[in-house]
Design a binder for this molecule. Structure first.
Ligand code: GRF
Length: 218
């Protein structure tokens, strides 16, 4: 797997038109982030805030799998991390009710699903109408759902990528905010392609949040 960020950074890519990185004025956007795994996208958002490319604050991280790497990242950034283990809830709606309660408690305005590997229900979606963002590792509408990178390799596409979109009830299908495309190389395995895609995820997720922040403050 190519873990060298310098090499990965120099991979050609194409990003859909975006906003300038000039810091938007006004109140910082209060974000609630949801993660199920490594949390590298959480980190990218935290980095963008720290370097003033994004006028936002991460109020809380909600995670569903005990011991994931995202929690250590949240601790390093001084962000409260709340475990809501989906295994403790009978129905998806019950988990989403608990998520909404935590977000309300932390005064969250916008929700970012950064590698949240659970289906969400209208309970969450209706609590934050048009204010939930998801990052998905494919050029939607291709390769929705799980194992998107594997699906891309299996399909033999030559260009892959990632999408940031607003969340709707149908999985991976809301209005698209930003996309980035990367080449699929002949010897790619899911891990190598995913690593290349993730470099771009870490760019377009903060940019997409900046886009909505700017929209709000116009
Ligand atoms: C990303 O590839 C994202 O597109 C997908 O889950 C992965 C999360 O990665 N939804 P990380 O936990 O942010 O590193």
């Amino acid at each position: 797997m190519n873990t060298n960020p310098t090499l990965a950074d120099s991979t050609p890519c194409l990003i859909s038109p975006t906003v300038s990185t000039v810091r938007a004025q006004g109140q910082p956007l209060k974000l609630g982030i949801m993660a199920s795994g490594s949390g590298s996208n959480f980190e990218a958002v935290a980095d963008a805030i720290a370097s003033q490319q994004l006028n936002a604050e991460i109020q809380v991280l909600i995670y569903n799998n005990p011991g994931i790497k995202a929690v250590a990242r949240a601790e390093r950034w001084g962000v409260p991390a709340v475990l809501l283990n989906h295994r403790d809830y009978k129905r998806r709606e019950d988990l989403d009710t608990a998520i909404v309660e935590v977000f309300r408690q932390y005064k969250v305005e916008w929700v970012v699903m950064a590698g949240w590997m659970r289906l969400v229900t209208p309970v969450l979606i209706n609590a934050f109408p048009d204010r939930i963002i998801n990052i998905h590792p494919s050029l939607l509408p291709s390769f929705k759902g799980v194992k998107a990178v594997e699906q891309a390799i299996e399909a033999g596409v030559k260009i892959a990528g990632c999408t940031v979109h607003l969340v709707r009830i149908e999985v991976d299908s809301g209005p698209i905010l930003l996309q980035a495309a990367v080449p699929v190389l002949p010897d790619d395995r899911p891990e190598t392609l995913h690593a290349r895609i993730q470099v771009q995820e870490h760019r377009i997720l903060p940019q997409a949040i900046a886009l909505v922040q700017r929209g709000r403050s116009l």
